[in-house]
Design a protein around this ligand. Structure first.
Ligand code: NAD
Ligand code: UDP
Length: 312
């Protein structure tokens, strides 16, 4: 049993991680300032032995009393809607927040695990994206606040590894969805499911030919824990390598929900990547990772969450 700090623990992914870690017998300390998270995501853990919640902003000095074996740094706005509304907070949590959490890891002799993203590849010119690809990011565009924050996070994580011999892991997460996403989160799976369930038009940005690879949350968390428990230092893609156009996703959402919503086309956001698919060769080789939940099944498992949230 280990004592593990999860920053961003009240968020979508963080709360699933806290649950899996607690279920396997680890002691969990969730740290979150609730800017996009919700303690309701942790209500099944609050009050249970081996679980603590700290309401704290990790861009400020971070301290957790007692032994700490690992720090999973997941705090950051993650939806384009959120990070475009909070550009400075996004840069601060990726830079100052990552620095503070690395400092805590060094002080405690703990392993440091960074939640990075497929966005470090920007609008990729190499397809699918292997970890060796350095990416194609516009540093001064509106999305740059998130992409560069995560790229800085990776750089400082590797610097702590090289200079202080800190044990580190970096996961590059590809579009992950599932229960506990906020209905108004703004990401495409939540938008489409909510729109379909409410009989509103599904908003496709651009012509819908851009692609993404969507990962069901259970697959993502399983990959993250495999990486945490592995010896591999350096970025590892974790995702599902099925690739879908947004138009295909919209049709699948309509089928799964039985909705007769129409499709409405809206302008494509600036610097929106045209294609994205993880090369999973490394994850397969070093972790034996294989995504198991196909998109349709993941959508079927997620739709009831939104239906309940929306009282449908
Ligand atoms: P989320 O918005 O649900 O969770 C983020 C959490 O971080 C929230 O609870 C928020 O309140 C907290 N937070 C933000 N700034 C903070 C700060 N300064 N101090 C303390 N807490 C803070 O998003 P998510 O989808 O669960 O993403 C979690 C992590 O995974 C993020 O780092 C994100 O960049 C990364 N990621 C997610 C995806 C995805 O598809 N879900 C893809 C790539 C990377
Ligand atoms: N998108 C869309 N309609 C929406 C929300 C998003 O067509 O209502 C598109 C968006 O422009 C992008 C893709 O869906 O091409 C994925 O967007 P998301 O915000 O989920 O994540 P991203 O991969 O861009 O970080």
């Amino acid at each position: 049993m280990a004592r593990i700090v999860v920053t961003g623990g009240a968020g979508f992914l963080g709360s699933h991680l806290c649950t899996w870690l607690h279920d396997r017998g680890d002691e969990v300390v969730a740290v979150d300032n609730l800017i996009t998270g919700d303690v309701a995501n942790l209500e099944h853990l609050i009050g249970r032995r081996g679980f603590t919640f700290l309401h704290h902003d990790v861009t400020k000095y971070v301290w957790v009393p007692g032994q700490v074996d690992s720090i999973l740094h997941f705090a950051s706005p993650a939806s384009p809607k959120d990070y475009l509304e909070m550009p400075i907070q996004t840069l601060k949590v990726g830079a100052l927040g990552t620095h503070n959490c690395l400092g805590l890891a060094k002080e405690k002799g703990a392993k440091f695990f960074l939640a990075s993203t497929s966005e470090v590849y920007g609008d990729p010119k190499v397809h699918p994206q292997p970890e060796t690809y350095w990416g194609h990011v516009n540093p001064v565009g509106p999305r740059g606040v998130y992409d560069e924050a995560k790229r800085f996070g990776e750089a400082i994580t590797m610097a702590y590894h090289r200079e202080h011999d800190l044990d580190v892991r970096i996961v590059r997460i590809f579009n992950t969805f599932g229960p506990r996403m906020r209905p108004k989160d703004g990401r495409v799976v939540s938008n489409f499911l909510v729109q379909a369930l409410q009989g509103e038009p599904l908003t496709i940005y651009g012509d819908g030919t851009q692609t993404r690879s969507f990962t069901y949350v259970d697959d993502e968390v399983r990959g993250i824990l495999a990486l945490l428990d592995s010896d591999y230092v350096g970025p590892v893609n974790i995702g599902n390598d099925g690739e879908f156009t947004l138009l295909e996703l919209a049709k699948l959402v309509l089928e799964v929900t039985g909705s007769s919503s129409e499709i409405a086309y809206e302008p494509l956001p600036v610097d929106d990547p045209t294609q994205r698919r993880p090369d999973l060769t490394l994850a397969r080789r070093v972790l034996g990772f294989e995504p198991e939940v196909p998109l349709r099944k993941g959508l079927e498992q997620t739709a009831p969450w939104f239906a309940e949230k929306l009282h449908i």
